[in-house]
Write a new protein. Structure first.
Length: 138
């Protein structure tokens, strides 16, 4: 969206990300509710960025999207009946908590402006032009 001259539709973003427009709209709704994007309805409508990219961190985006579990692995049950599983959970709980805290701290240190600058540098190095089609292919 930062590269677009105007609003970008959910359909255009979905095509670039190879997903369904409904998925894009759900994600964008969370970002809109947090004030990061704005939506325009009707002909010529779509999504635009509502704040400076330097003011939005990955942690902000993570929070706006409901702060999902950061890791796919972890304790399968809070109160397992298996004593072995209880021992493993006890041994790993603090490691998972420390890893999650470090990851979220790092998320807070990365702005969307920094990601945009890195993206631009990679596009220049690759010799590609910037448009939504090449954004996905990049």
């Amino acid at each position: 969206m930062a590269e677009a001259d105007g609003p970008v539709t959910s359909e255009t973003m979905a095509k670039a990300m190879q997903t369904n427009p409904v998925v894009v709209r759900r994600v964008m709704a969370g970002l809109r509710d947090a004030g990061f994007v704005h939506s325009e309805k009707g002909h010529g409508g779509g999504w635009t960025i509502a704040r400076d990219l330097a003011d939005i961190t990955l942690r902000d985006v993570y929070s706006a999207l409901g702060a999902p579990e950061p890791f796919a692995m972890g304790n399968r049950a809070d109160a397992p009946g298996c004593l072995v599983e209880q021992a493993v959970n006890a041994a790993l709980d603090s490691a998972f908590q420390d890893a999650a805290a470090l990851l979220l701290h790092r998320f807070g240190a990365v702005t969307l402006a920094a990601l945009s600058a890195d993206f631009h540098a990679r596009m220049v190095a690759s010799g590609k032009s910037i448009d939504l089609e090449t954004v996905h292919a990049a």
